[in-house]
Ligand binder design. Structure first.
Ligand SMILES: Cc1ncc(COP(=O)(O)O)c(C=O)c1O
Length: 415
């Protein structure tokens, strides 16, 4: 959570006082947000859901992914990307990321087999995937592209919004995301029929409230409907989004400019696919190797591969073949998936593990003052000199800067 203040409290209070918490018939906040966010993204439809995981499943359901299909996903993402593939009965195919810590387009192409039907590029830590290259591979091999933009809310890729470039885009609005309503998510879609299918995946009973549309035959699915509290809070959060991302981009630019000379020591800015357009929630550096550990011990920052939950080696259910609660519903047991590749091991993406363990992230924040950013720059320099150039810690002159909050939450919007 970045910025939450009186405006959100007022919006939620209004909805509660009005007694209109249900999105159909009585409310209006979810409809208003869906229209506004679709416009913001430059897509035709946006369908709100209860979470980013639900949004991914709705997108995969809408495009018809299921048993017999392989879906390519990156070695570095939140496990929900993989479990969403399993939730529709398909098999996740895990491939390497490149130095940008996002999926390597060359790894996508190398992994394509007769059963591969889709790819899920994930804009991790707000950094954009190489979407031109990915869309080109997808076009040549007739793959469906579902962007996982759960961590890319508000960011872009060369002038287009993340989540609005592939055939569908899934978003999360949970507590840690750039816009939040506690828990929430949604799907961006351009195609009318796919939008109707996604809405059915999110709420199979929605036609009771909205009327039947004969264009799409309703099917059964789990309910994941958003409430008017979600819509009301997101309408306020959307007003804050551009300003927030702009502030983080300015801070990232300043940090990168003022630490450029440290490249000589081995602290190199991580190559980004769209450095001026992405979310800029993190400044990333790629280090030679074990120095990353020393660097994060000296300066409040995070090794990308050591967050405890974002790399395939930590995806227990996937690695152990626990694809569903009921054995008959487990995609790993389904005869339709017999020809899909599903042999996973902890060292299957060694290249990714090496990159992720050498990449460190420094969190930006829209409310960092110029002074705080200067302290961050100063301390990055001090940590680099100790970790990479052998300066004794006692001579490093660290400033007492406020530690960067790796979990990225803050309640100071009204301060
Ligand atoms: C990359 C990615 N995909 C999917 C999700 C799932 O979103 P949610 O937690 O809203 O279900 C997350 C959430 O952290 C995420 O970071």
């Amino acid at each position: 959570m970045y910025l939450v203040g009186q405006e959100e409290i007022d919006a939620l209070t209004r909805v509660i006082r009005s007694n209109a918490l249900f999105r159909y018939g009585v409310g209006g906040e979810c409809d208003r947000f869906e229209a506004r966010y679709a416009k913001f993204l430059g897509v035709k439809h946006f369908a709100l859901a209860a979470s980013g995981s639900n949004a991914l499943v709705a997108a995969m359901t809408a495009v018809g992914l299921g048993p017999g299909d392989e879906v390519i996903i990156p070695a570095h993402t939140y496990m929900a990307t993989a479990t969403s593939v399993l939730a529709v009965g398909a098999i996740p195919l895990i491939v390497d990321v490149d130095e940008s810590v996002t999926i390597d387009p060359k790894a996508i192409e190398a992994a394509i087999g007769p059963r591969t039907r889709a790819v899920v590029p994930v804009h991790m830590w707000g950094a954009a995937c190489d979407m031109d290259a990915i869309m080109e591979v997808a076009r040549r091999h007739d793959l469906i592209v579902i962007e996982d933009a759960c961590q890319g809310v508000g960011g872009g890729y060369e002038g287009r919004k993340l989540g609005a470039i592939g055939h569908m885009g899934a978003f999360s609005f949970n507590y840690y995301k750039n816009m939040t309503c506690g828990e929430g998510g949604g799907v961006a879609i351009n195609d009318d029929l796919l939008a109707e299918r996604a809405r059915c995946a999110i709420d199979p009973c929605h036609f009771y409230w909205l009327g039947r549309d004969d264009a799409v035959k309703p099917f059964s699915s789990n309910g994941a409907r958003a409430s008017e509290l979600t819509g009301a809070m997101l309408n306020v959060q959307l007003d804050r989004l551009d300003g927030m991302i702009g502030a983080m981009r300015a801070e990232k630019k300043q940090i990168l400019e003022e630490t450029r000379s440290l490249g000589n020591l081995g602290l190199k800015p991580t190559p980004m696919n769209s450095p001026d357009h992405d979310c800029a929630t993190q400044v990333m550096y790629t280090l030679p190797s074990a120095e990353a550990k020393r660097f994060v011990a000296l300066f409040p920052s995070v090794i990308v591969g050591k967050t405890g939950r974002h790399t395939y080696v930590e995806w227990d259910q996937v690695l152990t073949g626990a694809g569903a609660a009921h054995p008959a519903m487990n995609p790993f047991n389904m005869p339709a998936n017999a020809e899909c590749r599903k042999a996973y091991s902890k060292d299957m993406c060694k290249k990714s593990l090496d990159i992720l363990d050498r990449t460190v992230m420094v969190a930006t924040h829209p409310q960092h003052s110029r002074e705080e950013t200067s302290d961050i720059v100063h301390n990055i320099g001090a940590a680099a000199r100790v970790a990479l150039a052998g300066l004794p810690v006692s001579e490093a002159d660290f400033r007492k800067a406020r530690p960067i909050d790796a979990q990225k939450f803050d309640l100071k919007a009204d301060a």
